[in-house]
Design a protein around this ligand. Structure first.
Ligand SMILES: *[C@@H]1O[C@H](CO)[C@@H](O)[C@H](O)[C@H]1NC(C)=O
Length: 423
């Protein structure tokens, strides 16, 4: 055996040992039995109901069935428990699809991942979670993907702005958290954001702080330019801003006794030069801007395990929706990003085009129906007009006939009288 083939063997064994685990997968393909797996919280008595539905349009009537919010202006609180695990030294991948087919105005489309000590019957908005991830829309101002991590008891929002999809189609959301404290967010199997946990969240205090001992020296000169000490104000500089108009003349009919003493009107002095300012020169004592020296922050302690959660055991949909109709489907939690991508391709990827086609078909039909209605309406209006016209014509004809009859009668009368005359 060559050294190279030995190496190949070692590599393939390493690949095999790094087995992928699926902690949770839910695609709602067994009818109403999901109700026995998912638990509705009783923390409030009026949570909105989820129903199983593929929606108004879909790529596959069965496969695209998911949990749909069915009541407007309601809170929703539903969760699922799986075998507790931790993500130590492993990637953590959370993936699911969201379809806002109602063209959502305001509502959450995210999931929460809880430690296994969560009491599902009492799950509510303030229940402690590990991770919150997914789209959130409210008006034109909020259209973002939340990535919130609980770190040492406190929730931290991502410092970056990740825009979510706001159309009516199904979209695939994926969060990957790696044991090297990096992360990646994907939408529709395409990376939209990635980086380091430490840099993109404020989990830890800053590494460096301004040295509290350091002070700017009193004689530190930060003035780049100074007045030229040799520059003097010229003696003839100062002139009044306004002077009596030299061209003005006392009117001939001016009566000092009646009108008072005559004074010429004031005009702007052409010789006025404004305030004098000395010339500016480079400051020979200039030392540059003082920079506050930094020191290592004594409060900072590096943490190589920011990514790590000791207990992950429940996934929950804890949401508020104004206009309901959102469908959640294709949940997957695994340690294998490649597997998640494959599953994404096989689920969302396999039905998205057909879904689009069906929606476009419906829109086309809708358009045609509208057009037909419109043209029927116009034709009916035209028919009425024609009927009106015909009636008018008929009336005219009748009138004419009447006139003719009258004329005939007159003629008859005339003949009658002629006859009489002749007689
Ligand atoms: C998923 O689909 C995309 C687009 O067809 C492809 O480029 C990618 O390789 C697929 N990924 C996997 C893991 O099969």
């Amino acid at each position: 055996m060559t050294a190279l083939s030995l190496l190949f063997m070692a590599v393939s064994i390493a690949l095999i040992t790094a087995e992928s685990s699926v902690y949770f997968r839910e695609q709602f393909e067994d009818g109403d039995t999901w109700r026995s797996r998912w638990v509705e919280s009783k923390h409030k008595s009026d949570y909105g109901k989820f129903v199983l539905s593929a929606g108004k349009f879909y790529g596959d009537a069965e496969k695209d069935k998911g949990l749909q919010t069915s009541q407007d202006a309601h809170f929703y609180a539903l969760s699922y428990r799986f075998a507790d695990f931790n993500n130590k030294d492993q990637p953590l991948v959370i993936q699911f699809t969201v379809k806002h087919e109602q063209s959502i105005d305001c509502g959450g489309g995210y999931i929460k991942l809880f430690p296994s000590d969560l009491k599902q019957e009492d799950m509510h908005g303030d229940s402690t979670y590990n991770i919150m991830f997914g789209p959130d829309i409210c008006g034109p101002g909020t259209k973002k993907v939340h990535v919130i991590f609980n770190y040492k008891g406190k929730n931290h929002l991502i410092n970056k702005d990740i825009r979510c999809k706001d159309d009516e189609y199904t979209h695939l959301y994926t969060l990957i958290v790696n044991p090297d404290n990096t992360y990646e967010v994907k939408i529709d199997n395409k990376k939209v954001e990635s980086g380091s946990l430490e840099e993109d969240w404020d989990f830890l205090p800053p590494k460096k702080i301004k040295d509290p001992e350091a002070k700017k020296p009193e004689d530190w000169d930060e003035r780049e330019k100074i007045d030229d000490p040799d520059d003097k104000k010229p003696e003839d500089w100062d002139k009044p801003e306004n002077i009596p108009d030299p061209d003005a003349k006392k009117p001939d009919d001016w009566d000092d006794e009646m009108d008072g003493e005559w004074e010429p009107p004031m005009v702007t002095n052409p010789e006025y030069k404004g305030e004098w300012k000395p010339r500016q020169i480079d400051n020979p004592a200039y030392k540059g801007k003082w920079v506050h020296p930094e020191i290592d922050n004594p409060e900072y302690t590096a943490d190589n395990e920011i990514y790590k959660y000791d207990s992950i055991g429940v996934i929950g949909l804890d949401l508020w929706q104004v206009k309901s109709g959102t469908i959640f489907d294709n949940f997957l939690i695994t340690n294998d990003p490649k597997l998640a991508e494959e599953v994404g391709n096989e689920t969302w990827g396999a039905t998205k085009d057909a879904e689009k086609k069906m929606k476009e078909g419906q829109e086309e039909e809708e358009r045609k129906k509208h057009e037909e209605e419109e043209s029927t309406r116009k034709e009916e209006a035209k028919d009425e007009e024609e009927e009106d016209k015909e009636e008018e014509e008929e009336e005219e004809e009748e009138e004419e006939e009447e006139e003719e009859e009258e004329e005939e009668e007159e003629e008859e009368e005339e003949t009658d009288s002629k006859l009489k005359d002749e007689l």
